[in-house]
Design a protein. Structure first.
Length: 277
C-alpha cells in the first residue's frame, strides 16, 4: 500500500470535498457518500461488492483499528492519514475514521429475484434516525431487503448511515419506490402485504398464536411477508393502508399511547422472523 501525503490543513480542497458529501447535492454530483465511524467503516470495507475509494484515519484510529486499516489496504483502498483536526473538519461524528463510498444502487427487480421471504417497506419515512434504525432492525431480524418510497429520506444521509451501524451494507436497500407498484410487485412474487398501524384490525400477538395454521381471512405470519411502515408523525395514509392485505396493530399493555416507528417496526419484523422459524 503506497503512502499518501499526510493531511494537516483543515482548509485543503480534499478536506472540503469530503466534508461536502454530508450534503445531498454534493453526493449526487460526486456519486459518492460518507461512511463515518469504525463500525460502519468496518462493514463497508468488508462488503467486497461495494466500491470504497478512500479511507481517512488519524494515527490514534490507525493504531486502535489496525484490522480495518489492514483490510482496506488489502482491498486496494487508498488510506490517508490525517490530524484529528482534519478528521473533525471532515466529519465531527467520524470518531477519527471516515470512508468515501460509491452511492448504493439496489433495485426492486433485484430484490424480487430472490424471491424474498421478509421485506420492510418504508413509506414517507422522513426522519433519518428512524429510517436507519428500521434498516438495522430488518438486517437483525433476517429480512431479505428494505424498500423506501420516493417520499422517504435519502439513505445516504449521514445520520441514516450512522443509524444503520453497518447494516446498510448487509442487505439490499432499494429507494425511490412507488408504493402502489411496489406492493403489487411484492404480491406477485408471493408475499402477503401487512400494514403496521395502531388502529389495525388484527392484533400481532393473536397472529403469532396461529402462525402456520391461520384460519381463512386471517393473515399468516409464517408466510412470506412484506411489512409497510409509515411516517413518524402521522403513520400511514388511508390510501396506503388500503393497499395492504391486512392492517396489524402491536398490542400496548401499559399506559404508553404508542410506540415509535423504529420500535414498532422491530417488533413486527421479529414476529415474522419467529413465525418463519
Amino acid at each position: 500500500m503506497s503512502e499518501t501525503p499526510y493531511l494537516d490543513n483543515v482548509r485543503a480542497e480534499r478536506v472540503k470535498a469530503v466534508k461536502a458529501l454530508a450534503g445531498r447535492s454534493a453526493r449526487q454530483r460526486a456519486g459518492r457518500f460518507l461512511v463515518e465511524g469504525p463500525q460502519a467503516v468496518r462493514e463497508a470495507v468488508a462488503a467486497t461488492d461495494l466500491a470504497v475509494h478512500d479511507l481517512y484515519v488519524t494515527a490514534t484510529a490507525t493504531a486502535r483499528y489496525a484490522d480495518i486499516v489492514k483490510a482496506a489496504g488489502a482491498r486496494g483502498i487508498r488510506v490517508h492519514r490525517g490530524s484529528p483536526e482534519v478528521l473533525d473538519a471532515m466529519s465531527p461524528d467520524a470518531q477519527q475514521m471516515v470512508a468515501v463510498v460509491d452511492l448504493l444502487d439496489s433495485s426492486l427487480a433485484a430484490v424480487l429475484a430472490g424471491p424474498p421471504r421478509l421485506v420492510a417497506v418504508l413509506s414517507n419515512v422522513r426522519d433519518p434516525g428512524n429510517a436507519g434504525a428500521v434498516i438495522r432492525a430488518a438486517d437483525a431480524s433476517g429480512a431479505d431487503a428494505a424498500l423506501l418510497t420516493s417520499e422517504s429520506v435519502d439513505i445516504h444521509n449521514p445520520k441514516v448511515v450512522r443509524s444503520t451501524a453497518g447494516s446498510l451494507f448487509h442487505l439490499p436497500v432499494a429507494t425511490g419506490i412507488d408504493l402502489k407498484g411496489g406492493v403489487a410487485a411484492l404480491r406477485e412474487v408471493g408475499l402477503t402485504v401487512l400494514a403496521a398501524d395502531g388502529a389495525g384490525e388484527h392484533d400481532l400477538d393473536d397472529l403469532l398464536d396461529v402462525a402456520g395454521r391461520a384460519p381463512d381471512g386471517v393473515p399468516d405470519l409464517a408466510a412470506p411477508t412484506a411489512w409497510i411502515f409509515g411516517n413518524e408523525a402521522w403513520g400511514l395514509r388511508d390510501e396506503d393502508r388500503a393497499l395492504a392485505d391486512a392492517v396489524v396493530r402491536v398490542p400496548l399493555r401499559g399506559r404508553a399511547e404508542s410506540l415509535n416507528l423504529a420500535t414498532a417496526a422491530t417488533v413486527c419484523l421479529y414476529a415474522s422472523s419467529r413465525a418463519h422459524r
